[in-house]
Design a protein around this ligand. Sequence first.
Ligand SMILES: Cc1ncc(C[n+]2csc(CCOP(=O)(O)OP(=O)(O)O)c2C)c(N)n1
Ligand SMILES: [Mg+2]
Length: 340
Amino acid sequence: MGKTRRSPDGKASGRKEDAALAAYDEMFLLGLYRDMARTRALDDRIEALYKQGKLVAGCYSSRGQEACSVGSTASLRPDDVIGPMIRNLGSIVRHGVPLTLVLRNYLGRATGPTKGRDGSSHFGSLQHNMLGPISMLGALIPVCAGAALAFQMRGEDRVALTWIGDGGSNVGDFHEGLNFAGVLKLPMVLILENNKWAYSTPIEYQTAAKNFVCRAEGYGIRGATVDGNDVLAMYEVTREAVDRARAGEGPTLIEADTMRMRGHAIHDDAKYVPEEMFETWEQRDPILLFSQRLRAAGLLDDDTVAKIRQEVRAEVDEATEDATAQPLPDGKGEIDEVYA
Ligand SMILES: Cc1ncc(C[n+]2csc(CCOP(=O)(O)OP(=O)(O)O)c2C)c(N)n1
Ligand SMILES: [Mg+2]
Protein backbone atom coordinates (compact mmCIF):
# COMPACT_ATOMS: atom_id res chain seq x y z
CA MET A 1 0.00 0.00 0.00
CA GLY A 2 1.20 3.48 -0.74
CA LYS A 3 4.12 2.49 -2.94
CA THR A 4 5.71 5.08 -5.15
CA ARG A 5 4.52 5.80 -8.63
CA ARG A 6 7.59 7.43 -10.11
CA SER A 7 8.00 9.21 -13.39
CA PRO A 8 10.64 7.81 -15.80
CA ASP A 9 13.32 10.17 -14.44
CA GLY A 10 12.75 8.65 -11.00
CA LYS A 11 10.97 11.69 -9.57
CA ALA A 12 7.29 11.91 -8.72
CA SER A 13 5.93 14.44 -11.21
CA GLY A 14 5.21 18.08 -10.29
CA ARG A 15 6.55 17.75 -6.78
CA LYS A 16 8.87 19.81 -4.71
CA GLU A 17 11.50 18.11 -2.59
CA ASP A 18 10.37 16.29 0.55
CA ALA A 19 12.38 13.12 0.68
CA ALA A 20 9.97 11.25 2.96
CA LEU A 21 6.87 12.25 0.96
CA ALA A 22 8.56 11.47 -2.34
CA ALA A 23 8.50 7.77 -1.50
CA TYR A 24 4.71 7.64 -1.64
CA ASP A 25 1.96 7.72 -4.17
CA GLU A 26 0.06 11.03 -4.28
CA MET A 27 -3.34 9.33 -3.89
CA PHE A 28 -2.13 7.50 -0.79
CA LEU A 29 -0.92 10.75 0.80
CA LEU A 30 -4.11 12.62 -0.05
CA GLY A 31 -6.06 9.63 1.30
CA LEU A 32 -4.37 10.05 4.70
CA TYR A 33 -5.28 13.74 4.69
CA ARG A 34 -8.86 13.02 3.63
CA ASP A 35 -9.38 10.33 6.28
CA MET A 36 -8.11 12.65 9.01
CA ALA A 37 -10.51 15.33 7.70
CA ARG A 38 -13.38 12.80 7.66
CA THR A 39 -12.55 11.80 11.22
CA ARG A 40 -12.45 15.44 12.38
CA ALA A 41 -15.74 16.24 10.67
CA LEU A 42 -17.48 13.21 12.16
CA ASP A 43 -16.02 13.99 15.58
CA ASP A 44 -17.27 17.60 15.32
CA ARG A 45 -20.71 16.35 14.31
CA ILE A 46 -20.91 13.96 17.26
CA GLU A 47 -19.90 16.81 19.59
CA ALA A 48 -22.56 19.08 18.07
CA LEU A 49 -25.25 16.40 18.42
CA TYR A 50 -24.22 15.95 22.06
CA LYS A 51 -24.50 19.68 22.72
CA GLN A 52 -27.90 19.69 21.04
CA GLY A 53 -29.05 17.06 23.54
CA LYS A 54 -29.56 14.46 20.84
CA LEU A 55 -27.16 11.86 22.23
CA VAL A 56 -28.16 9.52 24.99
CA ALA A 57 -24.69 8.82 26.41
CA GLY A 58 -21.21 10.30 26.76
CA CYS A 59 -19.19 11.91 24.00
CA TYR A 60 -15.44 11.22 23.88
CA SER A 61 -13.53 13.23 21.33
CA SER A 62 -10.61 11.98 19.23
CA ARG A 63 -9.68 15.56 18.35
CA GLY A 64 -5.92 16.02 17.98
CA GLN A 65 -5.30 12.28 17.80
CA GLU A 66 -6.47 11.65 14.23
CA ALA A 67 -2.94 10.85 13.01
CA CYS A 68 -2.44 8.15 15.66
CA SER A 69 -5.45 6.27 14.35
CA VAL A 70 -5.54 7.04 10.63
CA GLY A 71 -1.78 6.65 10.05
CA SER A 72 -1.54 3.37 11.95
CA THR A 73 -4.69 1.82 10.47
CA ALA A 74 -3.49 2.75 6.97
CA SER A 75 -0.80 0.09 7.41
CA LEU A 76 -3.39 -2.70 7.65
CA ARG A 77 -5.14 -4.90 5.13
CA PRO A 78 -8.95 -4.94 5.24
CA ASP A 79 -8.89 -8.48 6.73
CA ASP A 80 -6.71 -7.38 9.66
CA VAL A 81 -8.52 -6.69 12.91
CA ILE A 82 -8.71 -3.36 14.75
CA GLY A 83 -9.55 -3.01 18.41
CA PRO A 84 -10.16 0.74 18.86
CA MET A 85 -10.62 2.54 22.17
CA ILE A 86 -12.56 5.79 22.67
CA ARG A 87 -10.02 8.12 20.98
CA ASN A 88 -9.67 5.95 17.87
CA LEU A 89 -12.53 7.18 15.73
CA GLY A 90 -9.96 7.58 12.94
CA SER A 91 -9.22 3.86 12.91
CA ILE A 92 -12.92 3.07 12.48
CA VAL A 93 -13.19 5.59 9.65
CA ARG A 94 -10.00 4.39 7.94
CA HIS A 95 -10.88 0.68 8.27
CA GLY A 96 -14.02 1.25 6.23
CA VAL A 97 -16.84 1.28 8.79
CA PRO A 98 -19.66 3.38 7.29
CA LEU A 99 -20.13 6.70 9.12
CA THR A 100 -23.84 6.06 9.50
CA LEU A 101 -23.13 3.00 11.67
CA VAL A 102 -21.13 5.18 14.07
CA LEU A 103 -23.90 7.78 14.20
CA ARG A 104 -26.67 5.20 14.55
CA ASN A 105 -24.90 3.90 17.64
CA TYR A 106 -24.40 7.37 19.14
CA LEU A 107 -28.03 8.21 18.39
CA GLY A 108 -29.17 4.95 20.03
CA ARG A 109 -30.98 3.70 16.93
CA ALA A 110 -32.51 0.22 16.69
CA THR A 111 -30.64 -0.40 13.43
CA GLY A 112 -27.26 0.58 14.93
CA PRO A 113 -24.56 -1.94 15.85
CA THR A 114 -25.75 -2.28 19.47
CA LYS A 115 -29.41 -1.75 18.54
CA GLY A 116 -29.70 1.14 20.97
CA ARG A 117 -28.14 -0.63 23.96
CA ASP A 118 -25.05 1.61 23.94
CA GLY A 119 -25.33 5.27 22.99
CA SER A 120 -21.65 5.98 22.63
CA SER A 121 -18.58 4.44 21.02
CA HIS A 122 -18.74 0.96 22.55
CA PHE A 123 -19.60 -1.06 19.51
CA GLY A 124 -17.88 -3.46 17.16
CA SER A 125 -18.58 -4.65 13.66
CA LEU A 126 -17.24 -8.09 12.84
CA GLN A 127 -18.22 -7.52 9.22
CA HIS A 128 -15.61 -4.76 9.16
CA ASN A 129 -13.07 -6.67 11.27
CA MET A 130 -13.55 -4.26 14.13
CA LEU A 131 -13.72 -5.38 17.76
CA GLY A 132 -15.63 -3.06 20.09
CA PRO A 133 -13.88 -0.88 22.70
CA ILE A 134 -14.15 -2.40 26.17
CA SER A 135 -15.00 0.08 28.92
CA MET A 136 -12.78 -1.63 31.48
CA LEU A 137 -9.46 -0.14 30.40
CA GLY A 138 -6.86 -2.65 29.32
CA ALA A 139 -9.34 -5.49 28.79
CA LEU A 140 -9.21 -5.15 25.02
CA ILE A 141 -5.49 -6.05 24.96
CA PRO A 142 -5.92 -9.72 25.95
CA VAL A 143 -8.96 -9.89 23.65
CA CYS A 144 -6.84 -8.67 20.72
CA ALA A 145 -4.08 -11.07 21.76
CA GLY A 146 -6.76 -13.78 21.55
CA ALA A 147 -7.68 -12.67 18.02
CA ALA A 148 -3.97 -12.75 17.11
CA LEU A 149 -3.67 -16.23 18.65
CA ALA A 150 -6.57 -17.41 16.49
CA PHE A 151 -4.80 -16.10 13.37
CA GLN A 152 -1.61 -17.86 14.39
CA MET A 153 -3.35 -21.17 15.12
CA ARG A 154 -5.25 -21.08 11.83
CA GLY A 155 -2.11 -20.24 9.89
CA GLU A 156 -3.63 -16.95 8.65
CA ASP A 157 -1.24 -14.06 8.05
CA ARG A 158 -3.58 -11.52 9.66
CA VAL A 159 -2.66 -8.97 12.32
CA ALA A 160 -4.55 -7.41 15.27
CA LEU A 161 -3.96 -3.72 16.01
CA THR A 162 -5.14 -2.09 19.20
CA TRP A 163 -4.57 1.04 21.29
CA ILE A 164 -4.32 1.97 24.97
CA GLY A 165 -4.00 5.27 26.82
CA ASP A 166 -1.23 6.38 29.19
CA GLY A 167 -3.68 5.83 32.05
CA GLY A 168 -5.11 2.53 30.84
CA SER A 169 -1.62 1.12 30.38
CA ASN A 170 -1.25 0.73 34.14
CA VAL A 171 -3.89 -1.91 34.74
CA GLY A 172 -3.13 -5.63 35.07
CA ASP A 173 -4.66 -6.62 31.73
CA PHE A 174 -1.98 -4.60 29.91
CA HIS A 175 0.69 -6.79 31.48
CA GLU A 176 -1.13 -10.07 30.94
CA GLY A 177 -2.10 -9.34 27.36
CA LEU A 178 1.28 -8.03 26.24
CA ASN A 179 3.26 -10.69 28.09
CA PHE A 180 1.11 -13.43 26.55
CA ALA A 181 1.54 -11.89 23.09
CA GLY A 182 5.29 -11.68 23.60
CA VAL A 183 5.70 -15.27 24.81
CA LEU A 184 3.73 -16.68 21.87
CA LYS A 185 5.09 -14.15 19.34
CA LEU A 186 1.54 -13.24 18.40
CA PRO A 187 0.81 -11.01 15.38
CA MET A 188 -0.33 -8.05 17.42
CA VAL A 189 0.59 -4.36 17.53
CA LEU A 190 -0.23 -2.20 20.55
CA ILE A 191 -0.14 1.58 20.26
CA LEU A 192 0.14 3.40 23.57
CA GLU A 193 -1.23 6.90 23.00
CA ASN A 194 0.60 9.10 25.45
CA ASN A 195 -1.82 12.03 25.30
CA LYS A 196 -0.54 13.39 28.63
CA TRP A 197 -3.79 12.98 30.56
CA ALA A 198 -6.01 10.25 31.93
CA TYR A 199 -9.10 12.19 32.87
CA SER A 200 -7.46 14.83 35.15
CA THR A 201 -4.38 12.75 36.03
CA PRO A 202 -1.11 13.84 34.35
CA ILE A 203 1.43 11.27 33.22
CA GLU A 204 3.85 11.92 36.11
CA TYR A 205 1.26 10.25 38.35
CA GLN A 206 0.98 7.27 35.97
CA THR A 207 4.54 5.98 35.96
CA ALA A 208 7.88 6.58 37.69
CA ALA A 209 9.66 5.43 34.52
CA LYS A 210 11.06 7.96 32.02
CA ASN A 211 8.60 6.77 29.39
CA PHE A 212 6.10 3.99 28.71
CA VAL A 213 7.86 2.26 25.84
CA CYS A 214 10.72 1.01 28.05
CA ARG A 215 8.27 -1.64 29.24
CA ALA A 216 8.70 -3.44 25.90
CA GLU A 217 12.13 -4.62 27.00
CA GLY A 218 10.63 -6.29 30.06
CA TYR A 219 8.36 -8.32 27.81
CA GLY A 220 11.16 -9.18 25.41
CA ILE A 221 9.34 -7.51 22.56
CA ARG A 222 10.13 -4.67 20.19
CA GLY A 223 9.40 -1.11 21.30
CA ALA A 224 9.23 2.05 19.19
CA THR A 225 8.47 5.71 19.78
CA VAL A 226 6.85 8.05 17.31
CA ASP A 227 5.53 11.57 16.89
CA GLY A 228 1.84 10.73 17.17
CA ASN A 229 0.82 13.93 15.41
CA ASP A 230 2.78 13.06 12.26
CA VAL A 231 0.46 10.86 10.22
CA LEU A 232 3.17 9.59 7.90
CA ALA A 233 5.49 8.71 10.79
CA MET A 234 2.56 6.87 12.39
CA TYR A 235 2.03 4.96 9.15
CA GLU A 236 5.69 4.04 8.82
CA VAL A 237 6.28 2.91 12.39
CA THR A 238 3.10 0.83 12.41
CA ARG A 239 3.76 -0.55 8.93
CA GLU A 240 7.09 -1.90 10.09
CA ALA A 241 5.50 -3.43 13.19
CA VAL A 242 2.66 -4.95 11.15
CA ASP A 243 5.08 -6.40 8.59
CA ARG A 244 7.10 -7.99 11.37
CA ALA A 245 3.97 -9.34 13.06
CA ARG A 246 2.79 -10.82 9.77
CA ALA A 247 6.19 -12.43 9.26
CA GLY A 248 5.95 -14.21 12.63
CA GLU A 249 8.34 -11.88 14.46
CA GLY A 250 5.90 -11.09 17.25
CA PRO A 251 4.27 -8.02 18.76
CA THR A 252 5.48 -4.41 18.99
CA LEU A 253 4.65 -1.76 21.57
CA ILE A 254 4.59 1.71 20.00
CA GLU A 255 4.48 4.82 22.20
CA ALA A 256 2.92 7.74 20.33
CA ASP A 257 3.56 11.25 21.63
CA THR A 258 0.32 13.21 21.32
CA MET A 259 -2.16 15.33 23.25
CA ARG A 260 -5.81 15.03 24.19
CA MET A 261 -7.32 18.28 22.85
CA ARG A 262 -10.64 18.11 24.69
CA GLY A 263 -11.69 17.16 28.19
CA HIS A 264 -12.02 13.49 29.05
CA ALA A 265 -15.50 13.77 27.60
CA ILE A 266 -17.35 16.80 26.30
CA HIS A 267 -18.99 17.38 29.70
CA ASP A 268 -15.47 17.92 31.15
CA ASP A 269 -14.15 21.45 30.53
CA ALA A 270 -10.52 20.34 31.20
CA LYS A 271 -9.78 23.40 33.34
CA TYR A 272 -7.02 21.38 35.01
CA VAL A 273 -4.99 21.41 31.76
CA PRO A 274 -2.65 24.46 31.60
CA GLU A 275 -3.84 26.75 28.81
CA GLU A 276 -0.35 27.04 27.31
CA MET A 277 -0.36 23.29 26.83
CA PHE A 278 -3.43 23.49 24.60
CA GLU A 279 -1.92 26.48 22.76
CA THR A 280 1.36 24.67 22.08
CA TRP A 281 -0.34 21.52 20.84
CA GLU A 282 -2.84 23.48 18.74
CA GLN A 283 0.19 24.50 16.63
CA ARG A 284 0.96 20.79 16.28
CA ASP A 285 -2.53 19.83 15.12
CA PRO A 286 -2.02 16.70 12.98
CA ILE A 287 -4.26 17.86 10.13
CA LEU A 288 -2.61 21.29 10.07
CA LEU A 289 0.90 19.77 10.09
CA PHE A 290 0.17 17.36 7.26
CA SER A 291 -1.62 19.95 5.13
CA GLN A 292 1.37 22.31 5.52
CA ARG A 293 3.67 19.55 4.40
CA LEU A 294 1.52 18.54 1.43
CA ARG A 295 1.23 22.19 0.37
CA ALA A 296 5.00 22.70 0.59
CA ALA A 297 5.48 19.65 -1.64
CA GLY A 298 2.97 20.98 -4.18
CA LEU A 299 0.45 18.21 -3.47
CA LEU A 300 -2.29 20.33 -1.94
CA ASP A 301 -3.68 23.80 -2.70
CA ASP A 302 -6.67 25.92 -1.66
CA ASP A 303 -8.95 24.42 -4.32
CA THR A 304 -8.22 20.83 -3.29
CA VAL A 305 -8.68 21.69 0.39
CA ALA A 306 -12.05 23.31 -0.38
CA LYS A 307 -13.14 20.34 -2.51
CA ILE A 308 -12.18 17.77 0.13
CA ARG A 309 -13.88 19.85 2.82
CA GLN A 310 -17.09 20.02 0.81
CA GLU A 311 -17.08 16.28 0.04
CA VAL A 312 -16.38 15.36 3.64
CA ARG A 313 -19.14 17.65 4.88
CA ALA A 314 -21.61 16.15 2.40
CA GLU A 315 -20.67 12.64 3.54
CA VAL A 316 -21.16 13.52 7.22
CA ASP A 317 -24.46 15.32 6.46
CA GLU A 318 -25.76 12.34 4.54
CA ALA A 319 -24.72 9.91 7.30
CA THR A 320 -26.41 12.14 9.93
CA GLU A 321 -29.63 12.28 7.91
CA ASP A 322 -29.61 8.53 7.40
CA ALA A 323 -28.92 7.79 11.08
CA THR A 324 -31.50 10.30 12.32
CA ALA A 325 -34.17 8.75 10.10
CA GLN A 326 -33.64 5.31 11.70
CA PRO A 327 -36.15 4.05 14.28
CA LEU A 328 -35.48 4.04 18.02
CA PRO A 329 -35.68 0.66 19.81
CA ASP A 330 -39.24 -0.33 20.74
CA GLY A 331 -38.11 -1.42 24.22
CA LYS A 332 -39.15 -5.05 23.71
CA GLY A 333 -36.47 -7.71 24.17
CA GLU A 334 -33.95 -5.24 25.52
CA ILE A 335 -32.00 -7.97 27.33
CA ASP A 336 -31.99 -10.34 24.33
CA GLU A 337 -28.45 -10.79 23.02
CA VAL A 338 -27.09 -9.34 26.27
CA TYR A 339 -27.23 -12.47 28.47
CA ALA A 340 -27.15 -16.03 27.17
C1 LIG B 1 -10.05 -0.32 34.66
C2 LIG B 1 -10.69 1.03 34.56
N1 LIG B 1 -10.42 1.98 35.49
C3 LIG B 1 -10.98 3.21 35.41
C4 LIG B 1 -11.86 3.50 34.39
C5 LIG B 1 -12.50 4.90 34.28
N2 LIG B 1 -11.88 5.62 33.18
C6 LIG B 1 -12.40 5.61 31.95
S1 LIG B 1 -11.45 6.42 30.84
C7 LIG B 1 -10.35 6.87 32.04
C8 LIG B 1 -9.14 7.67 31.70
C9 LIG B 1 -8.33 6.96 30.64
O1 LIG B 1 -7.14 7.63 30.38
P1 LIG B 1 -6.17 7.10 29.29
O2 LIG B 1 -6.02 5.62 29.39
O3 LIG B 1 -4.94 7.91 29.35
O4 LIG B 1 -6.96 7.34 27.93
P2 LIG B 1 -7.43 8.76 27.32
O5 LIG B 1 -8.78 9.06 27.87
O6 LIG B 1 -6.42 9.77 27.66
O7 LIG B 1 -7.50 8.48 25.86
C10 LIG B 1 -10.73 6.36 33.29
C11 LIG B 1 -9.97 6.55 34.52
C12 LIG B 1 -12.15 2.48 33.45
N3 LIG B 1 -12.97 2.65 32.43
N4 LIG B 1 -11.55 1.27 33.55
MG1 LIG C 1 -4.42 9.55 28.23
